[in-house]
Write a new protein. Structure first.
Length: 183
């Protein structure tokens, strides 16, 4: 999966014409995994996060013009959960330099989907998040500041959950810092 993400970013960044026409922002940063929810203290560690934020198409104007987002969070620890995701992101500018965003979408992850088995999972139950389904819902929020006209910095939170559609449903929360480059 890491190779596919690297190839994807290389193609996007190699095409400035594509970036100017369709991409509104590129975001990248680091996250602390297992920051809250039932998965707290289970999946600790860091992850890299990257997102491509597209310009909002005209047909989404009726729902406050959210921007389509595609991204990935790649865990440093091989036992931790990595994910690729897509969704919609609403941005609200506050004053001159500050902004908040919120989004919803879906993610596919490489974490544990099976139920906890006390016989087989004794050694990993304390550090494994059991997510239930391979495809999950994703909620996210950002609070940021524009550093220049094109560069911003933000604190972000993301939550993965199956919303009770699969068992178990421990969920996974990440909290991180990242920079954005706006076009």
């Amino acid at each position: 999966m890491r190779v596919l993400v690297a190839i994807f970013w290389a193609v996007i960044l190699a095409s400035p014409v594509c970036a100017e026409a369709y991409i509104e922002e590129l975001r990248g940063g680091v996250a602390a995994q297992g920051f809250g929810g039932q998965g707290v203290d289970k999946e600790q560690g860091a992850a890299l996060n990257g997102e491509i934020v597209l310009r909002s198409p005209d047909f989404l104007a009726a729902i406050l013009a959210p921007r389509p987002v595609i991204g990935a969070t790649i865990a440093f620890d091989s036992d931790a959960t990595s994910q690729i995701y897509a969704g919609l992101d609403w941005r609200f500018d506050l004053r001159d330099r500050y902004f908040i965003t919120g989004g919803v979408g879906g993610a596919i992850h490489n974490g544990e989907t099976g139920p906890f088995n006390p016989v087989h999972d004794t050694g990993r139950g304390g550090h494994t998040v059991f997510l239930g389904c391979r495809a999950l819902f994703r909620l996210n929020a950002n609070a940021g500041v524009k550093l220049t006209q094109r560069l911003n910095a933000s604190v972000y939170w993301a939550h993965l959950s199956n919303a009770g559609l699969c068992d178990p449903n421990e969920g996974l929360d990440n909290l991180g810092l990242r920079f954005g480059l706006e076009f």
